[in-house]
Each structure stands twice: as structure tokens, then as C-alpha cells.
Design a protein around this ligand. Structure first.
Ligand SMILES: [Fe+2]
Ligand SMILES: [Fe+2]
Length: 172
């Protein structure tokens, strides 16, 4: 390879490596070491989604460590039964078109054609269990457990964080 070709290859590699390095820095900055393996175990698509949620919260000026860790780990429960892209699309469509049916299909074991609906309904609880076992703070566990819950806001700090998390999650 010519020297110019070598430089060009290096440049392209540096460009491609930048997002990965930036992502790794965010994970190191906002997750305690004990919880990083839980993030590493998530699919690339879920990691990318979670990093987008984190970036949105950072742009808003959010600084609470539990909220920022929840951005990265709120969907960690999906590692128990990973879904394909098609499954995720199916759930979103069904929840829009036939929310009652989607809710009814979410009971039971995550098997067969109901599996995507069960995962969508139960990944919050599974995530909370995974993080509890990994030693996460009760506040972080609570945010993950409730990240799809609808509730009347009462103005408490934890509610404000939950609203911020749900809004950022819904925008990605
Ligand atoms: Fe979720
Ligand atoms: Fe999410």
C-alpha cells in the first residue's frame, strides 16, 4: 500500500472508530463498573437506542446519576428474550391498532407468536430484577421498573425523572 493509501485507510478507520470510542466513554462515565456488563450484554440495536436516550437527557442538562444510568439500562430486561426487528415492529403496530388485544397477548410465557407481546409487557420487571441482582440502587431499579408505567404526576423528584426518561425513550 502507498503511503497516501495508508494515510487514507487510517483516516477512514479513525472516522469509523470515533462513535464507538465516544459510546464507550459515555458508558464508562455514566454506569458504575458493576453494571457495565449488563449494558455489554444488550444487543447493538438496544445499546444504540439507549445511548440516544442518554444523549437526549444530557442535552437537556439532566445530571442525576440514577436517571442517566436508567437511560442506558432501562431496556436491559429484553436480554432475557431478545426480539428481532420484525417482532418489535409487530408490537408497536398492534399496540397502536389493537391495544386491548396486545395487552391480552402479553400474558404467559415468552414463547411462540405471543413472545414479542410478553417481552414488551414484562421487560420492565425483568430489567428491575436483573439490576437488583447486580447491586443497582433502589432508585435506579424503580426507574427501570416504571419506565413504561402511566401514572398521575405528583410532582415528586422521582416522578419528574420518570417523565424525562419516558419522553426521551419515546423520542428514539
Ligand atoms: Fe422499554
Ligand atoms: Fe427504550
Amino acid at each position: 500500500m502507498t503511503r497516501t493509501g495508508y494515510r487514507a485507510t487510517q483516516f477512514v478507520q479513525a472516522l469509523l472508530a470515533q462513535p464507538a470510542a465516544e459510546d464507550a466513554r459515555l458508558v464508562a462515565d455514566y454506569l458504575p463498573p458493576a453494571l457495565r456488563p449488563r449494558f455489554d450484554g444488550m444487543s447493538r440495536a438496544e445499546q444504540s437506542h439507549s445511548l440516544s436516550v442518554l444523549r437526549t437527557l444530557l442535552r437537556q442538562g439532566q445530571t442525576d446519576p440514577d436517571l442517566l444510568a436508567a437511560a442506558l439500562l432501562h431496556d436491559v430486561g429484553k436480554t432475557r428474550a431478545p426480539l428481532r426487528l420484525l417482532d418489535r415492529v409487530l408490537v408497536v403496530l398492534a399496540q397502536r391498532v389493537a391495544p386491548g388485544a396486545a395487552q391480552a397477548w402479553s400474558n404467559g410465557a415468552p414463547r411462540g407468536w405471543k413472545r414479542p407481546f410478553v417481552v414488551a409487557a414484562r421487560h420492565t420487571e425483568w430489567g428491575a430484577e436483573i439490576l437488583e441482582q447486580a447491586g443497582a440502587s433502589p432508585r435506579l431499579v424503580g426507574l427501570v421498573r416504571q419506565h413504561h408505567a402511566s401514572f398521575p404526576p405528583c410532582g415528586a423528584e422521582v416522578d419528574r425523572m420518570l417523565v424525562a426518561l419516558q419522553t426521551a425513550d419515546g423520542s428514539h
